[in-house]
Design a protein around this ligand. Structure first.
Ligand SMILES: Cc1cc2nc3c(=O)[nH]c(=O)nc-3n(C[C@H](O)[C@H](O)[C@H](O)COP(=O)(O)O)c2cc1C
Length: 165
């Protein structure tokens, strides 16, 4: 497939943007995620793809649960924070936000318009790819009324804190 045509196809899909958070061993972080999908109906499963370059992935390798948050259309500031900065440069991205720990230990961003805490069911490392799928069992999902998500097209100018490895 010509790369340009593939890029245009993905841009046309205009994915909603998530912030995925992880905590383990006293460390915590989160990153902006555009690669995600429901992955089973019964039982319900959701997959998020994390770049192996990201500190969030390194923590997610040890986490039992992840926080998955949908950003609203007006939340470009949070997209910039979680997508444009990396904790590898010493920034505590969660410290600047209103967050709390779920009973399972996943960081939950209160500003998110929808989200869930997911139990890690599997980590799927494809041969040769630069992202790893984390398959989640959703627990206690929430959604605000009238949600309009922030989409890729509105955030594609953000330069990722970590280019893919
Ligand atoms: C529009 C956009 C979409 C992104 N999608 C993903 C994604 O699906 N998975 C991922 O791991 N990183 C994705 N990133 C990159 C991370 O959010 C970014 O590199 C972040 O700074 C990593 O921070 P960390 O090293 O603290 O985890 C995306 C970035 C942008 C700007």
């Amino acid at each position: 497939v010509p790369e340009r045509a593939f890029d245009d196809l993905v841009a046309a899909m205009d994915a909603a943007l998530l912030v995925v958070t992880a905590a383990a061993g006293g460390e915590r972080d989160g990153c902006l995620v555009g690669f995600h999908t429901q992955a089973s109906i019964r039982p319900p499963r959701y997959a998020v793809w994390l770049s192996t370059a990201n500190r969030t992935w390194r923590i997610a390798q040890r986490a039992t649960h992840l926080g998955v948050h949908l950003l609203g259309r007006g939340q470009l500031d949070l997209a910039r924070r979680f997508g444009g900065l990396t904790a590898d440069e010493g920034v505590d991205k969660l410290a600047g936000t209103d967050w709390s720990s779920s009973p399972e230990g996943a960081p939950v961003l209160r500003a998110a318009v929808a989200g869930f805490v997911g139990r890690v069911v599997a980590r799927i490392e494809p041969d040769g790819g630069d992202h790893v799928a984390v398959l989640l069992e959703p627990l206690d999902a929430w959604v605000s009324a009238g949600v309009a998500p922030l989409r890729l097209g509105a955030a594609s100018h953000i330069e990722a804190g970590h280019p893919p490895s």
